[in-house]
Ligand binder design. Sequence first.
Ligand SMILES: C[S@@+](CC[C@H](N)C(=O)[O-])C[C@H]1O[C@@H](n2cnc3c(N)ncnc32)[C@H](O)[C@@H]1O
Length: 802
Amino acid sequence: MAPKSNSKVKRACEAMEVFGYTEEIVKPVLRNLLNLYDKNWKLIEDENYSALLESIIDSEESKERQKSLLEDEPEEIEPPLKRSRLCSQRNHSSPAKHDPCPSADTCTLELQSPSKQKMDGFTTESYEAEDVELKPLLLKDYQGKGKKQSSSEASPVSTLSNDMVVLSGDDMEGPCNLSPHLTIKQKGDTSLSYPALLPKRRLHFDCQEEPNVVGSSDASNNGALVEYDLSDTMPLNVPFSDNLPDFDVPVAVAPSDVSRRIERQDLEFLNSEHLGIEGNEKGVTSSSQLDIASSQKGDVKIFFVYKPYSSSNFRPPSLDAVLKRMEEKYMKSYRISQPGFSLLRLMENLCECYLTAGTKARPANGPSAGIESQKLHPVGVRYDAANHELHFAPDISNGSFKLSNLIKVSPQIPKFPASGNRDIVCYMMNFNGTKIHGAEKDKTNKVLKLLAPSTMKNSLVVQKNNSSPGLPSSAYYFEDITNGQEEHRVSLINEFSHEIVPVFKYIPKNIIFQNAYVKFLLARISDDNCCSNCSEDCLSLDIPCACAGETGGEFAYTSGGLLKEKFLENCISMNREPQRHGLVYCQDCPLERSKNNSMSGVCKGHLVRKFIKECWHKCGCSRGCGNRVVQRGIAVPLQVFMTAHGKGWGLRTLEDLPRGAFVCEYVGEIVTNTELYERNTQTADERHTYPVLLDADWGSEGVLKDEEALCLDATSYGNVARFINHRCYDANLVEIPVEVETPDHHYYHVAFFTTRKVNALEELTWDYGIDFTDHSHPVKAFKCCCGSELCRDIKSLKRARK
Ligand SMILES: C[S@@+](CC[C@H](N)C(=O)[O-])C[C@H]1O[C@@H](n2cnc3c(N)ncnc32)[C@H](O)[C@@H]1O
């Protein structure tokens, strides 16, 4: 490689070293990117190497996931021979040390055993640097605005009123002359005044957020530490050769969550007089604070405290300027791409967590000594029947607390039919290593039955008192079957039996099995298939960009993130009445071929379906572009539950959903039809999820190869969609193909959208398109219990009529 490229490589390595990535990690990914981008360095260097950073994060996650897939492989399942990485998601079960948590929405703060000291007449509590971790951007953002401050000046704020927690960035090195402090103010609590030190160059990211959950499941698992080096002394001797190992470049953008935005007008600027702060340190001319966010009732607030010195040319920026800068950085550097992402929301969450963590929940019939004697975790869980909310009290047993132990779940537990004074007491049963003990208890808290330990985490049993006849005495509840891999937790509840979750590995994005031909190359995306000249949000353009080409020159989505009426109607109609939309026939149908190579059957015809085309990496628009919906992942709260009508597990929404809303993708292993056929014949007796057939170039003149006729099998590896049951004809979900990474139609995403308004707790269903009379289908048809008046399973209808 030419010397010029060498210095570019060095610079790229240096840029990544800031995030803690070594040359060994950077170079293979860089090489791959260079190949992918036809050695176009600009694409790599743009936005401070954000493409490179993103790829590294993905590759690290990919390695972790590959590792855990291999480790966790269920014994009876033949290990996939090739599982190529398609996409990126955080894997909370195996935290990547260097993961700067790109999709972070929530800042998790861990405060542990403070050491007390007196300061200006107040008792203050300092935290060890390692114990207090904070988003680095808070500091970075200020970093460029000042000069270095000597460490002697960098004392914690001592002049604040005694109801604040102060986290100071005093140990920062680099061109910084001010001491930004993050202040959490708690109204009316005079016991708290915590000047705390930020770790020197050691900052913590945590990244789990959902509207109904305050805090995250376990920071020790989910968080990732980032060594944050602000010095300029990176080694420059970075040899770079062309023989770097091959590496699959990740292709997906991590989703993030839409957060409620606090109106900026709701925020106030507070100056030093408001807060009673005076310049009391040598050289300090004045000090002031910026109120960033507050909890809903305003009882906790966050401030930036800045103390300009006489020699400083720092002028306090406006709140808007700070937020804009921060949000831009988050979107670019940390892949927070959901429209409406708000840093204020993030800050507000921090305030809420701080407040709630310090507030002991009142257990309705709190965890008793009995529970502790059975060595169950003493975390109290209270179910507020009136509001259908679970309250988890924080664990303060060891003298410290973690915000991550505090979870408020609403309304994860379904509303039980009203029957008098039904109070529900829940007990958290986990944390006995990896095993859980569950217990059924009576109204007086007496343990009736200990349930067998299971290997599921975060499980609890919901005891229902005063159960009416017909209702079970307990329900089995599992907090998050995704293991933190989705932005929203997906809970599971079984009110009808103690059948535990089927054995499968949760994956948030598709993986390739063996022979499937799936190749993502930016070079394959032509100018007609992307919008490189766009910026920001494509939906706001007067003339739709090239990415609307697939949907007839109009984007499929509205600015509110729903599908446009006409497009949705067309998709529903195609699924319900394929014959009306015309079928194409193959001369040599790969589906038929896959069934029996020696005796190919006649092609039964294929529908040429409507596709959504989403903007992607080669597009110029921002990650918050409204034409990126499915790639961001699940955005609605879902729950797996045991159905009452013989269908096994099902999926339901916990929130009302409007018509045309994206629910989830069908995720599984990408297999060829031949591979699927082999799987199904080998394991004919086992219960299978229903595979989804992907389109190929049906009807094309050439002969379609086996590896181009693909489908998704979610039996062993899948996401929530594997629980969606079938309903004939009038299902409330419709599956729509979505093209993201590649313009060909061999591989694409299959996404579920609502066909009508769906009420909270309603089961989500999808018409599998089963022909109940087709006995040659690779998956044996089941006896349909969909209950639809338009059920196609004649035998079922007959059974029902008897
Ligand atoms: C994709 S899975 C759905 C989740 C499944 N119910 C479970 O418990 O894991 C498909 C399987 O669910 C069952 N199923 C789905 N819809 C059904 C229906 N309408 N009637 C009866 N069984 C159904 C069948 O066993 C089918 O093979």
